[in-house]
Design a binder for this molecule. Structure first.
Ligand SMILES: Nc1ncnc2c1ncn2[C@@H]1O[C@H](COP(=O)(O)OP(=O)(O)OP(=O)(O)O)[C@@H](O)[C@H]1O
Ligand SMILES: [Mg+2]
Length: 277
């Protein structure tokens, strides 16, 4: 269900404290739905629109795909291996130059900004691999996440420990000694230390057990309910679409299907081709 105000639905908690003050980020009235044309995403909070790009001088990996997410919503990208999901995330975060298309955040064109400048604008990215510093302690990893901040970070760190209590217990241990699920919590926690308005996660549940996956998805819902926009790539397509306000099936760098998570889960073609029937 998508309520009129994504901050006021009934999932998760209502604590807005981990995000920036709401008045810093005006609400956008346009909520895209499956039936609206692609142009309706033009005013979404985060938009990667008609993106075309590849690596170096190589062939285009992204072939015009559009990904959008509203404030406080969870948008999920699924699709086969090599479809360009991670590449789309890199493009939106500024790690890949676009040949065509644009990226916009809160109405501002950020297509030419460096990743560092996008972090300063409120974007945080947890990459698919090597997303923690294994030899640093859990607490040092969180501190590294806040390196751009000049204000007091202790409150945010406390919020991360409240979200992931096991990290408080293990805060003095090298992050590399933690379990896979706990390391993902460190990676997400580190990203939250910048107080982002957009949190991008590339396969946050890769290699974790179903129970740990459910737990992590619950925390991700909680984060979204604080008003943070979540853009997530997921291999566990069915479970991820269950929590998705908006879902995208990417095939060969283009949009194959998009709609609400529920729509995609109910679509016979999506089920047959991408969800195992
Ligand atoms: N750094 C790179 N340099 C050159 N080509 C790359 C690079 N990274 C990815 N590719 C190529 O881009 C295409 C898309 O890769 P990408 O990692 O975006 O796919 P994906 O959908 O995230 O796949 P997966 O589900 O396996 O994570 C693949 O053909 C891949 O070989
Ligand atoms: Mg990938």
């Amino acid at each position: 269900m998508i309520s009129e105000d994504p901050l006021r639905d009934d999932r998760g908690n209502r604590d807005l404290s981990i995000t920036r003050p709401r008045d810093a980020i005006p609400m956008d009235p346009i909520v895209p739905t499956a039936t609206q044309p692609a142009t309706s995403v033009v005013n979404a909070f985060l938009v990667g629109e008609a993106m075309v790009g590849g690596y170096g001088r190589g062939p285009s990996i992204l072939n015009g795909c559009t990904i959008a997410a509203e404030k406080g919503q969870i948008a999920v990208i699924v699709g086969p291996n090599g479809a360009g999901k991670s590449t789309a995330m890199k493009a939106i975060f500024g790690m890949l130059d676009l040949r065509q298309g644009s990226v916009r955040l809160n109405g501002e064109d950020i297509t030419r900004l460096s990743p560092q400048d996008r972090v300063a604008k409120g974007m945080a990215f947890v990459p698919q691999t090597r997303n923690i510093f294994p030899s640093l302690t859990v607490q040092e990893n969180l501190e590294m996440g806040a390196f751009l901040r000049k204000d007091d970070i202790s409150r945010t760190m406390e919020q991360v420990y409240e979200l992931f209590p096991i990290l408080r217990e293990k805060r003095r241990q090298p992050a590399g000694e933690l379990s896979g699920g706990q390391r993902q919590q460190v990676a997400v926690g580190r990203a939250l230390m910048t107080q982002p308005s957009v949190l991008m996660l590339d396969e946050p549940t890769a290699g974790v057990s179903p129970i740990v996956m459910d737990e992590l998805f619950d925390r991700i819902i909680e984060i979204a309910r604080t008003g943070i926009t979540i853009l997530m790539v997921e291999q566990n397509a069915r479970q991820a679409l269950e929590i998705a306000d908006k879902g995208y099936v990417l095939v060969q760098g283009a949009n194959a299907f998009s709609g609400t998570g529920k729509d995609l889960l109910a679509d016979p073609q999506v089920r047959k081709s991408f969800l195992g029937g």
